[in-house]
Design a protein around this ligand. Structure first.
Ligand code: NDP
Length: 287
């Protein structure tokens, strides 16, 4: 029997997860079809219920459902509960188990593609949405020395800071512009963009969340936006002499961790990277 997995989100027209997940299943000769399942909020309950069927391995979950999906599941693991978001559902014989692989994917990309360990780093985190929550908890768990959170909506940054302080001590909130942001940037070893600014087809396409002139030359700038691969922020950071890391490795690693939860097999990450890069370039899947 062909099994199925897929991605809940809305809208989903630009997602490349189906391309690299399908490439992984095909490479491992697993008879699984992975689809994009564009699901408006009012349809999520009914669609998640269908996942209990024996043909379904599980699902990925993205914006805007990572929080609202949690009460629809039978269990959510403690790490996902702490982050407050689920991006992976496993169908365990009709029981739906939620977990979060974003934070682990985020740190694996940092370690393996920028050679940086979160331990002892001074971090400036831009954004306070779902990905910022995963990044902030990942830094707290990884022993970051300090985390400054800047977001357009200050109340969201405050709420995230309150939650992260349960794990780490030195967590502050700064406005997304002005002198406090400048000094937080000047102190940072690592500046992470977790906003959607700069994203292709987004409302802030072509824009940066922070002026490149504020980036210290010794810092690493990590942009979670993966399309375009070289965002305006990364270009400006390179101009300032900083090291940079784009969002594609995190995307592939969080997907690889989901794949491993569904199948119990090691994910073929090289195959997934190749398929993700082809999809981003607008090329068809090779398989
Ligand atoms: P959310 O919708 O949860 O959060 C969006 C964030 O962006 C909020 O902090 C929001 O601020 C901010 N923002 C949006 N528009 C603007 C703007 N015009 N000016 C200033 N701030 C703005 O999204 P996610 O956290 O899930 O995703 C954020 C980005 O990260 C996306 O581009 C997504 O593609 C990428 N991402 C990448 C992943 C990867 O694996 N590489 C994984 C997950 C996400 P406010 O609170 O004020 O609205």
């Amino acid at each position: 029997m062909e099994q199925r997995a897929g991605l809940f989100g809305y809208p989903l027209s630009h997602s490349i997860s189906p391309a690299f997940q399908q490439a992984a299943f095909d490479h491992c000769s697993l008879p699984v079809r992975y689809d994009a399942w564009p699901t408006p909020p009012e349809a999520l309950g009914a669609e998640v219920r269908k996942l209990r069927g024996e043909e379904f391995l599980g699902a990925n979950v993205t914006v805007p459902h990572k929080e609202t999906v949690m009460p629809l599941l039978d269990a959510v693991d403690p790490w996902a509960k702490l982050i407050g978001a689920v991006n992976t559902i496993v169908n365990d014989h009709g029981r739906l188990m939620g977990s979060n692989t974003d934070a682990d994917g985020f740190i694996r990309a940092l370690r393996e593609h920028a050679g940086m360990d979160p331990q002892g780093q001074r971090v400036l985190l831009l954004g306070a949405g779902g990905s910022a929550r995963a990044a902030a908890f990942a830094f707290a768990k990884g022993g970051a020395a300090s985390i400054a959170i800047a977001n357009r909506t200050l109340s969201r940054a405050k709420s995230l800071a309150r939650d992260v302080r349960k794990l780490a001590g030195d967590v502050t909130v700064v406005p997304l512009e002005g002198g406090t942001l400048e000094s937080a940037a000047a102190r940072a070893d690592l500046i992470v963009n977790c906003t959607s600014m700069g994203m292709l087809h987004g409302e802030a396409e072509g824009r940066t969340p922070i002026d490149g002139r504020l980036v210290p030359p010794g810092a690493l700038v990590y942009d979670l936006v993966y399309n375009p691969p070289e965002t305006p922020l990364l270009r400006e950071a390179q101009g300032a002499g900083a090291r940079t890391l784009g969002g594609l490795p995190m995307l592939v690693y969080q997907g690889a961790a989901s794949f491993e939860r569904w199948t119990g097999k090691d994910a073929p990450v090289e195959v997934m990277f190749e398929a993700a890069e082809r999809a981003l370039a607008g090329l068809p899947n090779e398989s």
